[in-house]
Design a protein around this ligand. Structure first.
Ligand SMILES: [Zn+2]
Length: 246
């Protein structure tokens, strides 16, 4: 929608006016992501960094853009539509040094072709912290959020409170693959559905909201029907089945 032609950028809300002015009339050449960090690359090496956080979201309009309403931090108008960004944690123009510092703080992103699982393994295999805490630490693996933490560990039969370094190499490799598969599914579907069609007994696209996860926000495990417990772990609620995850 935006690529290949000059983008008209503005900040209807007014909180990103200077940044939008820098982007305005530049050609968008590429977009990529590392974990939860999004990079919009414009001509003249101008780089827009976006992190949605818990509340940020994009809205796209394929037809003529409506009058801006509410807190639109950034509006980008291309030849084929309009993209509005609301409520991000980060929306900023950064330079190459800031980009490399930011990337230096992030662990490998399983969705990226250049991801090196050894980096994650070297942290996990030496840590006494809970595996559920490490999975949420973006410097260990980039891109895993609270739903994927709960669901990937459940599928692996690993309790989130297990000491990270107690994982064997084969367990870690399988966990890495599981996380990568779940993230890939989520990227394709544009939403998080971790329950397989086989387990749900229906195509994944038809699984009702509220039944799309095995343990996350569930009272009963969707694998075995047993009770699910939840507690705070690394600042967010963790979920585990008392039967499947010893
Ligand atoms: Zn279970």
């Amino acid at each position: 929608m935006l690529a290949g032609e000059p983008v008209r950028a503005s900040s209807p809300q007014g909180r990103f006016t200077d940044g939008a002015r820098l982007l305005d009339d530049l050609v968008l050449t590429d977009i990529d992501a590392h974990g939860k960090h999004l990079f919009y690359r414009f001509a003249d090496d101008v780089l827009l960094h976006v992190h949605l956080g818990l509340f940020g979201r994009f809205m796209t309009h394929r037809s003529a853009a409506p009058e801006p309403r509410g807190a639109i931090r950034l509006r980008m108008v291309g030849h084929d539509g309009t993209v509005d960004l609301r409520g991000p944690t980060a929306c900023e123009i950064i330079d190459a040094d800031q980009e490399s510092r930011l990337l230096g703080r992030l662990g490998p992103d399983p969705l990226r072709a250049d991801a090196d699982p050894e980096q994650a393994w070297s942290r996990i295999s030496r840590s006494r912290r809970e595996i559920g805490a490490l999975l949420m630490d973006q410097s260990v693996i980039a891109g895993v959020g609270n739903v994927y933490r709960a669901e990937a560990l459940h599928v692996m039969g690993i309790h989130p409170a297990r000491e990270a370094r107690s994982l064997g190499r084969e367990e870690f490799d399988a966990l890495w693959d599981t996380v990568g598969r779940m993230l890939t599914d989520g990227e394709r579907a544009g939403r998080i559905i971790t329950v397989t069609a086989e387990d749900a007994g229906m195509p994944r696209s038809r699984i009702p909201r509220g039944e799309r996860t095995y343990v996350y926000r569930q009272a009963q495990c969707r694998s075995c029907g047993g009770p699910v417990t939840s507690w705070e772990l690394a600042g967010r609620r963790a979920w585990a089945c008392t039967g499947c995850q010893r």
